[in-house]
Design a protein around this ligand. Sequence first.
Ligand SMILES: Nc1ncnc2c1ncn2[C@@H]1O[C@H](COP(=O)(O)OP(=O)(O)OP(=O)(O)O)[C@@H](O)[C@H]1O
Ligand SMILES: [Mg+2]
Length: 367
Amino acid sequence: MPDTGSSDAFVAFERVQKSYDGVSLVVKDLNLTLPKGEFLTMLGPSGSGKTTCLMMLAGFETATHGEIKLAGKPINNIPPHKRGIGMVFQNYALFPHMTVAENLAFPLEVRKIGKSDREAKVKRALDMVEMGAFGGRRPAQLSGGQQQRIALARALVFEPELVLMDEPLGALDKQLREKMQFEITSLAHSLGITTVYVTHDQTEALTMSDRVAVFNDGRIQQLAPPAELYEEPQNSFVAQFIGENNTLEGVVQEMRGDICTVRLDDGEVIDAKPVNVSKVGERTRVSIRPERVEYNRERLRPGAHTLKAKVLEFIYMGDIFRTRLAVAGNTDFVIKTRNAPDQVRLKPGQEIEIGWLPEDCRALDAL
Ligand SMILES: Nc1ncnc2c1ncn2[C@@H]1O[C@H](COP(=O)(O)OP(=O)(O)OP(=O)(O)O)[C@@H](O)[C@H]1O
Ligand SMILES: [Mg+2]
């Protein structure tokens, strides 16, 4: 949920709305604060408003309502060159008439950094993105991924207090992407840089961030550290968007404090944790992670409800086994088990019983 504003926030969005056409809002009532040094990622589907938020923070778009503050001051009152913001945008525009090294030296010259210091910083930034040998080339002589790395180096070379990055690694192959993820976060943390990072790669968001803001339809659906986001999704959208989830639909039958029972649409009853439901009779979509499903009865609580399941497919994936089941009318119910020496390998056609700890099965909104 959006957090409340705090006076020591380094970046603050306060009740921010944005409309491009004066009719529809693409950002709706955004409240978000970042303390200094935080690495925050905006994650969400295409068109959910992530880039718009970044553009408003950078000052290239103005908010239709609300206020954005940097170090306690409304951003409108700070001229762009005094904001000390490093940026990498989706269309990473390098200066075409300058060489790579000149592109990187430019933000340092603007800040009146002396020549020898400048050269050392440019070299370090180029080495960080593995482009040390390319200082003399012009952007047009580089591949898309190489240009993206230079744009990244240019955003970080002057050690800004705040860095905004919009899909900065989109053009890179997996290996380079993972290396850059590590370089960016370790540099940001060691220099105390506050970062707002945009991606639609959820693994990237989970591995890099202090907190992740999940966007959908112009609103933050949940704002939480990675583990909390994965383990405690607050609504069905987040549960579906982050990681893999099995869902079963039904009606809340009984509420007993931190446990509820749900009657599924095919009549069977299960235990769940009421997260986004409040009363008996309400429709719900329960959500359970593939790795939290148990078919070993001893590991369940006495009296736990179980469901009959039929094995449809068994996939050996090396480190894990991925088994697809038919459960309560859902033929896409997936469980994941670790490849351990004593692990049971289920076979297609086999009939089993599955269950879970109620706290691992979340009763959420029915969408
Ligand atoms: N300059 C603009 N004029 C009019 N509408 C715009 C403009 N820029 C963005 N939009 C609209 O605002 C909405 C949010 O766009 P935005 O670029 O913020 O999404 P995003 O979350 O960054 O998506 P993506 O992941 O595809 O980059 C979209 O519906 C988009 O079409
Ligand atoms: Mg975008």
